[in-house]
Structures are given as structure tokens and as C-alpha cells.
Design a protein around this ligand. Sequence first.
Ligand SMILES: [Zn+2]
Length: 718
Amino acid sequence: MSEFKFCSNRTKRRRVAAEVAKIITDVENDSALAIAHSSSAATAVNDSSTHLLEGDLVDVKSNDSKVSHFSDDDTSSEVISPVATSDITCSDIGFNTNVENVNAAVSDLSGETWEECEGWNCRPVSECEDDGSGDSYDDDDVFEPLASWAVADNIAHASVNRLLAILKKRIPELPADARTLLQTRRNVATKVVAGGEYYYFGIKYWLQILLNCNNSEALLYSDTLHLNINIDGIPLFNSSNVSLWPILGLIREVNSSPFPIAIFCSKSKPSSLDEYLHDYITEMNELINTGFGHEEKIYHVTLGAVICDAPARAFLKCIKTHSGYDSCERCLQSGEWCNKVILPSVSAPLRTDASFISQQDPKHHVGKSPLLKLADCRMVSGFPLDYMHLVCLGVVRRLMHLWINGTRDCKLSQTQVALISEHLVSMKRYIPREFARRPRSLSEYKQWKATELRLFLLYVGPVCLKGVLSSEKYSNFLDLSVAMRLLLSPQLHQHYLSYSEQLLQYFVSQFGSLYGKDQLVYNVHSLVHLPDDVRNYGILDNVSAFPFESYLGRLKKLVRRPQMPCAQIVRRVQEGSCQPTVNETNRDKEPFKRPHMEGPLPVAYFSFLQYKQYFGDEYFVSTGDGDNCCIIEGKVGIVKNILVNRGVGSLDAFVVFEEFENKISFFTDPLDSQLLSICVVDKLSGFHKVMPISHNLTKCLLLPFKSRFVVIPQMHYS
Ligand SMILES: [Zn+2]
């Protein structure tokens, strides 16, 4: 079933649904084999398949009492006996279904034709017809996709059991129980640690898995693996205060998604940090000292960065929380009382890793962190100030709060809020496919997620606020937006590092003047220390909590009932859920989609195939709004067509590109926007150029601004 590895989940579901539909038809026909009514069978399949495709459960009254409805009871030690397969034979099932009718029925349901199912290993009708000699299915043909589907879609065991009960009438070899299909472990050795339910997967466990499935060049030339970790709490249920506090890891060189090193569930955060971190610190020290051996190579393993929000950092470092005096993690200033503790200085002496260990500033510490036992833990520089929490959820949301609920000096009028919201909503269709969320009204800012706040700060905010905010406040917002763009840009961050540092210091001082000195709280002050993280780790996305935050949400969804949540998560992960995935390239997939004949097609390219979409390894480009604006070789324009010439063993791909005739700067303060490739454009030239699709292509957002458009290079692709 290797072809399934390259199928989308949707395709896998469609194939399983097709198998199920065919089997249901067989069962329907069983009682009336002698009567030819293939048309009614197709109708029956149609009805049943509709339910399946819509995700409902199929209520089938099984004759086998041993395969009754089975609840997803992880703690149950009861084992459901397998169905007595000898009771069911192929001849009993009735194999003479009109497969063509069934396929047609399923095709109609899915809205797609069978020809579109590339790689579908559908047997010819003749193979499916029963010759009376037995079942023609290879077990793995159904086992693997069924298990993959159940894991990928997080299907409850009870639902899988009902499906298995139906399928067993056609494929007796299938297990009766989801736990057998998914190879669920009966015993999960969770233990009580730090006042909660705890399970330790370990670092080596995941390193083995990751290195086995990764053959990236980065690993070939690297002897070191940097392990970034994340610790954060997330509530599991609305109706109780049980929280999930996993220790998550991510290997920087492998470019993988996160993985759970340990799982911890409790009604509060871990009661003892020493107990909670004991296993991790022990294994990490072992890896630091001896390395990790894989395929005759010893990798040096080191702690990359500890990426958390401010409360979690204070908890792990055993220091004052962010609302207290002496709370800045980077500089030595006590702070002032201004209805709350504020940190007004932007140039206080800096803390160092050594000064932290010696507790040079005793007022900063509330205890001794167990992380000091780590062989290479850097307690100041090793804890980057994650910009997702600090900037997006911190400063940007604070700005919105001040604009909507602030004092009279800060607050915007209802008309101004309406103008901004209207402009935001009008930009929906111009947001690229890679952004999961579209802009929405400013009045809903409290519900905005971190990715929406990032979209606002870096892309849509500078456009929709221009001419609505006062010039001082707009200029202040633009200082933050530009500084963050510089610290996130792979091309610009090094060259403009000192500049962005000065710009952030200026932003903080102006923020106090515009919105009040009492607004210079921990989050706003800490902006001035972000450039130090760029010096240590490169662009801020290298050490952001965005991938961890997304993974935490996925882990939470694995909990299906309130009892023993830790054991449930461990079982689901061991079944295959939330496994770390190495970033795949599109090398083995067809990158060009939606063929057409509509042009424009320059004469010299008459024999080329035309497409509307290109799925590159790094970006998606199409001829539709939102994904059609690019900068190619310094020229800004619109992609009008995608041309492909498929030679023997080669593939030439081009875009038909129409350049904008007029291009001016969008802003000149704090710097000329064209240095960031941000500009205002209008009037297409009317001439088509054909240019190769290459890495010189920079995808851009093209956002409406008055009667023209603002072009802003895209920096985020996931
Ligand atoms: Zn500071």
C-alpha cells in the first residue's frame, strides 16, 4: 500500500468510503441473490454512502452478538472476542455486486469522477467478481488505510467498531475491535508525579523515529542536534479546571513538527518543578554527555532554546512573575509603581547567564531552578522572548484594547473603528491561501488568534490604519510593524539588526508618550530585548511558539472523555496520532493543477500546457486573487498564466507575468518602504512577459488601498 503514503487524507477517506459502499451493496444483495436488481442496490448504496461520507454512524444490526456496540473505554480490561470468521463465507456474503453501478453511485456522491483518483488501486471488475475460491482482498489493502483514516481523523473507537462490524461481513479477517486494528496498548504506565498524572515518552524515543524518516541534507552535514523545548499549560475541558502541561520538543536541524517528550495532566500546574522535570533533565544530561548514535554516526545533542510564554518562563526559571518588580529577564531595573509595575528604562544594564547562576540580583529570584542541573542550560540567553505571546498576543492586542476601550486620549471614535473594520473585511479575498484565517472586524479583537494578530501587524494593519489613525499613532504602529518585519526577514534581519533595535527603543518611548506612562508594562518594555534573540538564534520565527501552540491544540483534541486524560493521550499517540512529521517537499506530487485553455498564451509557447495553480515547495501561486501577485527579478506584477513543457526527463515551467506600470513608496518614515519591497502600484502594463518559475520569485499580498493596491512581500507560508 505504498501508494497511500502519497495520498491526501481526503483521497484516503474516499477510497475507504468506496470500499465500504461496495461492501454494503454486497450485504444488501445477499438476501436477494437470485433476483436481479442491481439498480435498487445502487440506490441503497447511494443512501448508505451518503451517511458515511457525511461522517454519521451507520446503525447496523449485527447478527453476531459478540460484535455489539462497543464504547471507547480505554480503562476497560474487557476484550471483545473476535468474530467467528468460520461462520461467514464468501458465498454467504454475495459477491456478485454490480461494481460499475456502485462506483458510479459513489462518484456521484463525492462530486468527482473516478478518473480523477490518481493512483487509486481500484481492481478491475473482473478481479472483484467472486469465483467461489475465496476472498480476493489482501489484508493490508484495507487494514492500513482504515487504521490511517481512523488515526488521521481522530475517529472514536466506538465509531470504528461499528464500521468494522459492517466490513467484517465482507472481509472476515478484519478485527472486531478498533484496539486490535490500531494496535492500541492495553497498559499505559502513567504514574503520579508532581500532583498529576504523568507519562514520559523520552527524547531518544522520538530521535530514533525522526532520524529514521529523515534524509535531509542538513543532517548529512551536521553533527549536532539542537533540541528546542516548550512547556505551557492548556485547559482540557470547559467544565473543569484540569489542565494539560506537556513537555514538547522540536529538533531544529530536522525541521520537524513538535513531539511530546512528557505528558502531564492535573487540576493545577505541577506542584514540584523538580519532580516534573526530573526525567527530562536526567535524559538530557545523558544525551549531552554521550550523544545519540544513529546509523554509525554519533550526534551531539544540545539544548537549543526553551520557548514559553512569560508566566511559564517565570515558573521554570524560578523568578519573579511578569507583573512584579525586578521581573525583566534581560535587564537590571527594579521598575516603578504607576497603578501597576512598569519598566520605563530602555537602557538598563543587562543580565547575563553567569549573573543568573550567581544570583547577582537576589530580588529577581524566588528559588533555584532545577534546570540549572542541565549541563548546558543558559538561563538568560537560552529563554528567548517568544514573539507570538510578547508581540502578537501582548503588544498588538494591547494596542487594539487602547483604541477601542482606552482613555479618551487613546480611544478611536465608532466611525474610525467602523472604517478600519470595513477595510479589513474587504481584504478577505486578497489574503493568500497559506493564511488559515481571514481578517475580521476590529470590534472582535478579543477573539482574534495569534495568527490573525500577526497578519494585522505585518500585512493588513499598515494599510487599513493609514488615514484613519492620527499621524502620530500611525507612525508609532508603523515603527513596530517595520521593526518586526526586519527581525523576521531572512534577507534583512542581519543587515538591519542595529537599526531595528533603535527603532524598537524609539517605539517604546513614544508608546509611553502617546498612550500613557502606565502602559510601559513588561510586554511593551521587553520589545527592546528582542534583537538580542535574533543575534542568538537568527530570525524570530526560529524560536517562536507558533508551531507548539498549534500542536498543543491537536493534543487536546485527543482527549475524548474526562477520566484519565493522560493515559488517553498516550494511547492515541502510540496509535499514530500527533506524530512528528518531517516537512515534506512536493517532489513526488504533481505541482501543477487546474489545466485550462483560456490563455493568455504567447505564440512561442503554443505547445505548452496551461495551468491555473502551482504548488511549489515553498509557496503556492495561482492566477486567482490572493495568490497571483509576485516580485520576479525585481519586477512587481500579476501572474496571468502558468505554462509547462513536459519533455523526456525534464520539465520547463514558466509564468506569464504582467508588470505594474506605476510603482511608488507606500511610506517613507521610518524608512523608505521600497527597501522592504513594499510599494503602491496601479495600472498594469498590458504586456505579457514569460518568466521561469524559480526561487527568485517572491510571493506578495496585493491589498486594496483607495483606488490602488499596496504590495507587501509574504513572509509566512504556514
Ligand atoms: Zn529589560
